[in-house]
Design a protein. Structure first.
Length: 318
């Protein structure tokens, strides 16, 4: 479908933003992880606009965002025991649980799957917005498909101005990496996408939690993981001990330790949380500055480091 130019209204008012949803429109809004691009979960034609605006492949399901746990019963057949434990511990927060969906949820929302991802984001502004929408809101990250996820409203505007009805402007997002997606359809929680809640944190609540591992020939259970992701225009190189920086011009570097050579752009992060928080915006800054290669220092794969390395590896994929 060809998308016509739409005027994108910018507002700080969650109630004004919610009016667009109620009229069948699509609205970008801040969460504690990244900005999302929302539509009413029960409005199939609004959801189609979300896929169009982002140029998102239609085989990639969306996460439903709720303002209170009562809304789970509008979406899911039942709350399993494993889901109940994780909801009690992590909602509101950067965790998405996957449950069997109700028939009433349109197929387009879940890309034909019989399950739906559900999460309750944490910041006050997003909670006010979601409550004012009076329905669960399905939302992927508010970037053009394949680009780095947006952590500021300016990054949303860069990708989607003229393609969506409204941007609810908030602060830069607190965490900067997406939620952890956990399949809770059975007794054993299975991490489908690593994210802001670490495996260690999940296991404190549900020690049986496992990470879903695919062999290269298998289709991933979280369909989004099949697609190219998080990529700036610049080439991403994971900088390890053997990396030769000297022959590369017009390059940038992000990591926790100072590199041995000079770079056009440099971001040294004092903590891994700061690295996670700044990486996507750094990628975008580098694109604006015409950087051709971005070196990313690898991190230990514990805590949020697992999700950070996952995003760096995907961004580095050709
Ligand atoms: O933090 C986040 O999760 C952000 C904010 C906006 O909430 N959202 C986000 O959405 O990252 P998106 O669409 O960019 O990524 C959602 C991921 C995809 O990998 C998708 O395949 C997976 O969640 N997913 C969604 N529903 C699923 C389901 N029913 N079963 C398995 N995976 C699912
Ligand atoms: Mg995304």
């Amino acid at each position: 479908m060809k998308l016509l130019f739409v005027k994108t209204v910018h507002t700080n008012d969650p109630f004004e933003a919610a009016k667009f949803i109620k009229r069948g429109g699509i609205v970008a809004f801040p969460t504690e992880t990244v900005y999302g691009l929302g539509a009413n979960v029960f409005d199939a034609s609004a959801i189609a606009k979300v896929f169009d605006a982002k140029r998102r492949p239609t085989d990639n399901p969306l996460i439903a965002h709720i303002s209170n746990t009562g809304q789970i019963s509008e979406l899911a057949v039942a709350i399993t025991a494993s889901a109940g434990k994780l909801i009690a511990a992590f909602f509101p927060g950067p965790l998405t649980i996957v449950l069997k969906k109700l028939q009433a949820v349109p197929e387009i929302a879940t890309a034909g799957l019989d399950t739906i991802g559900i999460r309750m984001p944490r910041s006050d502004l997003v909670r006010q917005f979601l409550a004012a929408c009076e329905a669960p809101i399905v939302a992927p990250s508010a970037n053009l498909s394949g680009r780095p996820s947006p952590t500021t409203w300016q990054a949303v505007a860069e990708d989607l101005n003229g393609r969506i009805d409204c941007i609810l402007q908030g602060e830069p997002t607190k965490i900067g990496l997406e939620s952890t997606v956990v399949d809770c359809t059975s007794d054993i929680p299975i991490v489908l996408r690593s994210g802001a809640v670490s495996l260690e944190q999940l296991r404190e609540i549900a020690p049986e939690t496992i990470k879903y591992e695919t062999t290269p020939s298998e289709a991933p259970r979280s369909p989004g993981l099949r697609h190219k992701h998080y990529s700036p225009k610049a080439r991403i190189v994971i900088a390890d001990a053997g990396t030769n920086f000297s022959e590369v011009e017009n390059a940038a570097y992000i990591g926790q330790n100072s590199p041995p050579t000079m770079f056009e752009r440099l971001r040294i992060c004092s903590t891994i949380e700061e690295y996670a928080h700044s990486m996507f915006e750094f990628f975008r800054e580098c694109d604006r500055a015409g950087i051709q290669t971005i070196f990313c220092e690898p991190v230990d794969e514990t805590g949020i480091g697992t999700a950070l390395m996952d995003r760096i590896r995907r961004a580095a994929q050709e």
